[in-house]
Design a protein around this ligand. Sequence first.
Ligand code: KIV
Ligand code: ZN
Length: 506
Amino acid sequence: MNSERIYIFDTTLRDGEQSPGISLNSFEKLEIAEQLARLGVDIIEAGFPVSSPGDFEGVQKIASGASGVTVCALARAIDNDVKTAWDAIKEAERPRIHTFISTSDVHLRHQLRKTRAEVLEIAKRMVALARSLCDDVEFSAMDATRSDPGYLASVLAAAVEEGAGTINIPDTVGYAIPSEFGGFIREQFKRVPALKDVAVSVHCHNDLGLAVANSLAAVEAGATQIECAINGLGERAGNASLEEIVMILQTRQAGLDRITGINTTEITRTSRLVSQLTGYDVQPNKAIVGRNAFAHESGIHQDGVLKERTTYEIMNAASVGRGQSDIVLGKHSGRHALKSAMEELGYKLSDDELNQAFIDFKRIADKKKKVTAVDLEHLASEELRELSDIFELKSYRVSASSDSIPASDVVIEKDGGRLTGRSESGGSMESIFKAIDNAVGAKGKLKDYQVRSVTEGKDSLGEVRVVVEVGGNAYAGTALSIDVVEASAKAYVRALNNAYRAGVVN
Ligand code: KIV
Ligand code: ZN
């Protein structure tokens, strides 16, 4: 069978990173990008370079570090955005500039305050500018699904004429329903004959829970690129979930007659990495990557699966990379064993990173009998977070009992100097967070605090995620330790590191 190839455009690092509380450093972004390349996505949308110096740096790092994949940068239809996007990606093996402007009347009237004719002119000019810099240009008509189809067609035709090789038709506000969206895409193909000569893409948001269904309807109507994100991350209710759309096309290939270039056995690892680094948990019953997606609870189902897997399973868990690694290390494992286990999990550590990871591994292995692949993946994520920390928790002491006020002392390192802080107040967590505030000179307000165990058993590593408000903005921090008090303190310090990078803490 010669199925049509569908191109997977991953926007985890751009639209996904716009989810509240996500703040990835450039090392974490590169790690995710390298995993996306292993997963086999065709295009990585690495960020929105003009939005902040941190985003620019992240995109630049991915452009020069990722290979075998197109690296794309987003730009509003503004000269400086387009030029900045190009500056960030020009070293990529395969660079793409993605420029966009709204085409719906509601956006034109209230947000852009421009006429249809003005927007048409801007779209033409920006695609032409982008094409003068880069051979591969994508144009998006923002809020396309609420735009007048005739006007939308005129903008898309102009963008193709100016040299855009990919035309994206987003359902920006997640308003479409599948039958209507499929018809909408077919209508654009009819109105703009030149669309058959370019890649037609869709970018669906999940406000009504229909992002994946709408993307599928568009593919059936002739779209050849799907924009999606790991674990369905993205603005508001998120984007179409990459793992779901890919597994639909694979599981139902016989009827749909489409294929992707995704190595589906990397899906689970990618989902876990993104969840760890963003601090966004995957809901247990989430299709494909949720903890329960392949679990059978009822006796009848268990009986059926034991007799013949296909009685209740439409996909093989191994095909999405679940339960494949049997790595187990212990306290006698050496550096070499750690290095090769990390390599098997897809992490390439430099000598310095390996040295630090080995020290941390030994601390864990001293307290925990078996260090598993899941522990190592969390450990590797922890090392990545540490790489860009400015404040580092060096030591802490908390004293608490049922009949005394908890007291905490902390020592924090910054630029080789030591900052100390003390607090006596409330509960033990409150006292340690306040001691950190006192050391750093910040006034943080704890907005959210979550603890979870990484694996089973009393000796499991604990992962803590905090959201701290500083200067009116929220910053998230995640950290891991065998001790939840230490993990809590480190997570809080990490949130302050994010606030520092945003210029809110000195
Ligand atoms: O949702 C949207 O329309 C977008 C565009 C920038 C493609 O994210
Ligand atoms: Zn979007």
